[in-house]
Each structure stands twice: as C-alpha cells, then as structure tokens.
Write a protein that binds this ligand. Structure first.
Ligand code: NAP
Ligand code: MG
Length: 492
C-alpha cells in the first residue's frame, strides 16, 4: 500500500467515550510527513476541558460493572479480538506509521504492527492469570479466634498513558494492553508528532467491543494536554515513556498527588566489544545497535567501547556501513534509513554532531543531512580517541550518531560504561561465556544483551536503572504496575 491508497481514510479526531470528537475550543495542530516536510493532517489540540472529559469517561467506564466486573476471560477475548483487528488492518496501520513517523515500511509492518499484535496476544493471556495468595496469620487475639487471610490484585483504576514518537503504535500497545488486561481504563496521549496510529487503534478497540470510555485517545501538546492529564484528580496511575527531563516533571507531580507512576526514560547504552570477538559480527551488531530506527531508540547503542588494538578496524567497518546506507522515504524499497521524526529533532541531532566536532571529535562517517528536503541526518560515526569524553558521550542524542572510544583493559571499559546517569541497556560482544558473564555482572543496566542488542520480548522485563526510569514493563512484572494489592482478613 502506498500513500494514495489510504490518505482519504486518515482519522484526524480524538477518540473519547466511544466517539470521535474535536477539541472543545476547536483548536488543532499540524502533523507532518517527515520524509518530505509536508503537512498530512490537522488534529485536535486538547485543552483542560477535553482532558477532563476523557478522564471522566474513563472514570465512569472504570466504575461501571460492564468493565471492572467483566469476567477476566471476557477481557482476554476482547484483547485477542483487538489483536486480530490490528493484524487484519496491518497494511493500513503500517503505511500510516511510515507516512507519519518516517520509518521503513518493512519495520512498520514487522515491529509496529507485528509487535503490537504479539504484545496484545501475550497480555491478553495475563487477564485470566492474575492471582493473589493465601496466608496463615499468627494473630492470637481474641483467644480462640483464627484468621483466614488472602491477597488479591485489583485494577489500579484510571490510567494516564503518555508515549513518545519513536514507536508510536507499539509504545501505545505496551501501555494499553497490560492496563486493559488488568481491568484498568485508559486515557492515552500520543506524542504530538505521531498521533495517527493511536487514534486508529482506539477506533479498532471500539470495533472489537471494548465498552465506551475504556480506551480514550486525546491528542495535544505535552506541556498542556499531557500536564493536565498527569495532574487530573481522576487519574490513579500514570505510565510514561519519554525523556528523562519530562519524566522528572511527571514524577514530581505524581509524588505530590501520591499517584502510582511508572517511568521509562532515556538512555545512553554502551556497546562493549571484547578483543576475542568475531569482528564482522561485532561491526554489524554495533551498526545495527545504533542505526536501527535511525537511532531513535531508547536503548540505542550510542557509546562504543573497543580494545585499542582493534579500534581502527572495527570503527572503520561501522563507518563503511554508515557510508553505504541509502537514505530515503520509508515507502521506497531501496531505502535503508528514513528521516528523523521532525524538523526540531533534526536540528537537535545536527547541533549535537556539531558540538562533538567542535570539542575535538573526529567525524569518521556522516555528519551531514544528505542534502534532502525531509528531516534527514546521515548515519554518523564520531571517534573520541582522547581521554576526555565529549558531551555527546554523556547526553542522549536519540539519532543515528555513534561515539566510539578505545580502551586498554575491560575493567576500564566497564567503568566508563557505568559512568553515565543512564542505565537502560548495554551489550557485550565476545565468544567467551565467562568473559560475557563478567560484563553482565558489572554493567549497570536494566537489560544486558550478549552478541545482540535492542531485542525485546513481551515475556522479558524491560526498564531502567538510575535516570533511565522507575519500574519494569512486560512479563509478570507489568501486572504489579497496573494493580494494587488488597489484603483480606477474615476472623472465624
Ligand atoms: P518527551 O519529549 O519526553 O515526550 C514524551 C511524551 O510526553 C510526549 O507525548 C510529550 O508530548 C509528553 N510530554 C512532554 N512534556 C510533558 C509534560 N510536561 N507533562 C506531560 N507530558 C508531557 O520525549 P520524546 O522526545 O517524545 O521521546 C524521546 C525520548 O523518549 C527519549 O529520551 C527516549 O530515550 C525516550 N524513550 C524511552 C523509552 C523507554 O522505554 N525507556 C522508549 C522510547 C523512548 P509532546 O509530544 O506534545 O511533546
Ligand atoms: Mg515532544
């Protein structure tokens, strides 16, 4: 499917309480095709009243017997139905994502649509497997009385889910699938750059049979709509994926309100190559770790540590991959890397490359914009061979920019890898299991990969150490994030 096939069907309104709607004040903002810089659509710019309407709908749906008291198997069935609908409408959703986000159509199909279907099906299964425990208490009063005690997990309530623009559909599903499996209701705010697939997802959930108000999608700006959603008194739990900077603001508000909060934040993930590695595998792996999704990945392998003796060989190998990468529209089958998401983001990435150069980094590959109209940045490799780390070694770029650093012994590489405020992901590349496990032990990161990078699965917990976040998504861990424990104590 290409653009012409579906643009007339693009939904451009919010979806609240089972209906499409505009913002109360009629205000809208533009969303763009990042490959060309042209406007695709205008979507509602939600204000306080719109957020209030969405939270009120979610609260009403949460309190209603139709949702909270629905048998878990019925919730499971609805989620499976939604997975089927996402799959059936996969070509349209993938094309919409490529049009609005810029990523390669193949990745939109495989990851945004395929991943969403996989997560929805996995989380559907949890609906029927949420359980508590039975406890034997030691209470001795009054004499002769015994106690039967148990715990049960109850839904956390109304969830505010706020997501970024790098994997718009998949990030939305990472939030809504477990929240709905647990019996919560949701108000989802997609990123202002990429709201289109989230709106369509809400419509498909309606078609699947989710009651009105159970899943609402509001479009708007972070500082207004997002902030209003986070501080709304009708919200019980906030789940946020985005930058550490905004995560701190949201965390403070939630602490003040004593709301439950999960934060998936930024990263500066190290890729540590050991001297026994298979060089070709390490080169391809390190290139994929940083250039996948144009570097717009929270776990992007953006810091590369290479033994000094192999530095030139490995860095030149990755630079070759960068130089040979074909930039273009995500709809073009020949394209290997699409644009960044927005003009603003391209300017930020370009300024960080310029800063790296100004501070003495050597640009080994890329550094330019490929002379194109859209928001392109060439895949870039910067060598930082001096002892003084560049700013770009510390700060998240969130673009296709790798900084490579030589090391003399592994402990030095691990210390450098850990000298970061972030701790989201890391990878180590070696053929020796004992050496791999030593690095796994020592690296401070929520996920450590060995001879691979960026691999995620619905069964595998995911989240950050340090400033990369609080809490874990996926697997059994996610059930705790969307439920509260209720203890029951019965005297007999
Ligand atoms: P962002 O600026 O933090 O925005 C994320 C979301 O928060 C957007 O929907 C944004 O709305 C909203 N927002 C902004 N300010 C807000 C506020 N004051 N109150 C409430 N909501 C607010 O991040 P981004 O640039 O979109 O995404 C890139 C970042 O996400 C990177 O740092 C990346 O590492 C991180 N990320 C983390 C993970 C993970 O799982 N750990 C996964 C993917 C991405 P607007 O769109 O209107 O600004
Ligand atoms: Mg933003």
């Amino acid at each position: 499917m290409d653009r012409q096939d579906f643009t007339h069907t693009i939904r451009t309104q919010m979806f609240v309480d089972g209906r499409f709607c505009a913002s109360g004040n009629g205000r809208t903002f533009a969303v763009f095709n990042p490959a060309t810089g042209t406007e695709i659509a205008q979507v509602p710019d939600a204000g306080d009243a719109d957020i209030d309407a969405a939270v009120t709908a979610a609260r009403r749906a949460f309190e209603a017997d139709t949702w909270r008291r629905m048998p878990p198997a019925e919730r499971e069935r609805l989620l499976l139905k939604l997975a089927d609908l996402v799959e059936r409408n996969g070509d349209e959703l993938a094309a919409l994502e490529t049009l609005n986000q810029g990523k390669l159509l193949g990745f939109s199909k495989m990851l945004e649509v395929g991943g969403s279907v996989q997560w929805l099906r996995y989380m559907a299964g949890w609906a029927t497997k949420i359980e508590g425990s039975t406890l034997d208490l030691s209470l001795a009063f009054p004499p002769g009385v015994r106690y039967n005690a148990s715990t049960r997990r109850v839904p956390a309530g109304v969830v505010a889910a706020i997501v970024p623009w790098n994997f718009p559909l998949l990030m939305a599903v990472w939030k809504i699938a477990p929240a709905l499996a647990c019996g919560c209701t949701v108000v989802l705010k997609p990123a202002e750059e990429t709201p289109l697939t989230a709106i369509r997802l809400a419509e498909l959930a309606h078609e699947a049979g989710f009651p009105p108000g159970v899943l609402n999608v509001v479009t708007g700006q972070g500082e207004t709509a997002g902030a209003a959603l986070v501080r709304h008194a009708g919200v019980d739990k906030v789940t946020f994926t985005g930058s550490t900077e905004v995560g701190r603001i949201i965390g403070k508000q939630c602490a003040n309100d004593l709301k439950r909060v999960s934060l998936e934040l930024g990263g500066k993930s190290p890729v540590i190559v050991l001297d026994d590695c298979d060089p070709q595998r390490a080169i391809e792996g390190a290139a994929g770790a940083i250039f996948f999704n144009h570097g717009q990945v929270c776990t992007a392998g953006s810091r590369l540590y290479v033994p000094r003796a192999r530095f030139d060989e490995i860095v030149e190998g990755i630079a070759q991959v960068a130089r040979n990468t074909v930039l273009g529209s995500g709809f073009d089958a020949a394209t290997q890397m699409g644009p960044l998401v927005s003009a603003r983001h391209r300017a930020k990435v370009a300024s960080m490359i310029a800063q790296g150069r100004a501070e003495g980094g050597e640009i080994v590959a890329g550094g330019g914009d490929g002379n194109r109209a859209g928001y392109f940045v060439e895949p870039t490799v910067i060598a930082n061979a001096t002892n003084k780390p560049l700013t770009v070694v510390r700060e998240e770029v969130f673009g296709p920019v790798l900084v490579a650093m030589p090391y003399d012994d592994v402990d030095e590489a691990i210390a450098a890898a850990n000298a970061s405020e972030y701790g989201l992901g890391a990878s180590v590349w070696t053929n020796q299991l004992d050496r791999a496990l030593r690095v796994v032990d020592a690296v401070q990161a929520g996920t450590v990969w060995v001879n691979t990078h960026n691999m995620v699965d619905p069964a595998l917990p995911f989240g950050g150490f340090k400033a990369s976040g609080i809490g874990r998504e996926h697997g059994r861990a996610i059930i705790d994030a969307y439920t509260e424990t209720k203890s029951v104590c019965i005297a007999y």
